[in-house]
Design a protein around this ligand. Structure first.
Ligand SMILES: C[S@@+](CC[C@H](N)C(=O)[O-])C[C@H]1O[C@@H](n2cnc3c(N)ncnc32)[C@H](O)[C@@H]1O
Length: 252
């Protein structure tokens, strides 16, 4: 997918808040071998590395544009690689991922796969947006199902692979996870106006739609989406509660 680091960083403070909560779940130990799945621009990977001095951390991502930004954070013990999460290999003391695995399907297979790549005594620490039922998301699918976009997209709409929160707890337990922590948190963002909502979505959920739509439909798709957002939130600023699932477990 075509990730745009500039667009992604526009709501920098809001995007960092869940990461900071996630970082608190990481058990601080010396000399770990760590992988950050979907590291994006590398800023949060660098903050993870700051918390784990003496560890070797690699951030992986499939977007060349995001990784280009990541190079500025490279230092001894912190590297980045262009690699997809699906191709995860090797054994790690910490598998970490902030706001990335909702782009991959079949979480009931993914979580056990992650466990199989963690060394004894290691840890899995993940954050996933779970706001798929928020109007900003449902309105997007609604626009995609209207003509002319439905035809242009061949009927495609994005179906969220994110499971219910208790299902992540089950998966951690079934994979012999210990010290299981699973919680959902609503981040109470207040966005300036409708354009800020559309910009937020351009840095995430809109990407696969714009990627599939021919260029000639981009402006009208964004306009139709914006109209629906205005109807839903006619006054500014816009309260934008953002639900996320955070979980961690250790491997015995
Ligand atoms: C919302 S950004 C999060 C970036 C970073 N973790 C952070 O906290 O700022 C999601 C990232 O996941 C990456 N991504 C999505 N699907 C991926 C996949 N299958 N393999 C590798 N990276 C992926 C995207 O390229 C993007 O950089």
């Amino acid at each position: 997918m075509s990730w745009d680091p500039y667009c992604y960083n526009k709501l920098h403070k809001e995007r960092l808040e869940p990461f900071e909560d996630l970082l608190k779940l990481v058990k601080k130990r010396e000399g770990l071998k760590v992988i950050d799945l979907g590291c994006g621009t590398g800023e949060t990977t660098s903050m993870l590395a700051d918390k784990l001095p003496g560890s070797r951390i690699v951030g992986i991502d499939s977007s060349p544009d995001m990784l280009k930004k990541a190079t500025e954070w490279v230092r001894p013990g912190l590297t980045f690689e262009m690699r997809s999460i699906e191709n995860l290999s090797g054994k790690w003391d910490l598998i970490f991922s902030n706001a990335a695995i909702h782009w991959l399907d079949k979480h009931d297979e993914l979580v056990p796969k992650f466990f199989s790549h963690i060394n004894p005594g290691g840890q899995l620490v993940i954050q996933i947006p779970s706001n798929q039922n928020h109007p900003s998301q449902t309105l997007l699918s609604k626009v995609a199902q209207e003509d002319p976009f439905r035809d242009a997209l061949d009927g495609w709409v994005r179906v969220s692979p994110v499971l219910q929160i208790h299902e992540y707890a089950d998966l951690l337990y079934l994979n012999n996870g210990t010290n299981i922590i699973v919680f959902e948190k609503v981040y109470p963002h207040v966005l300036k106006d409708v354009d800020a909502v559309v910009n937020w979505m351009r840095g995430s959920a809109l990407i696969p739609y714009l990627e599939r739509l021919p260029n000639k439909f981009h402006d009208s798709f964004l306009e139709s989406y914006k109209e629906k957002i205005i109807q839903t939130w006619p006054t500014a600023p816009i309260f934008f509660p953002f639900r996320r699932t955070l979980f961690s477990a250790s491997v015995p």
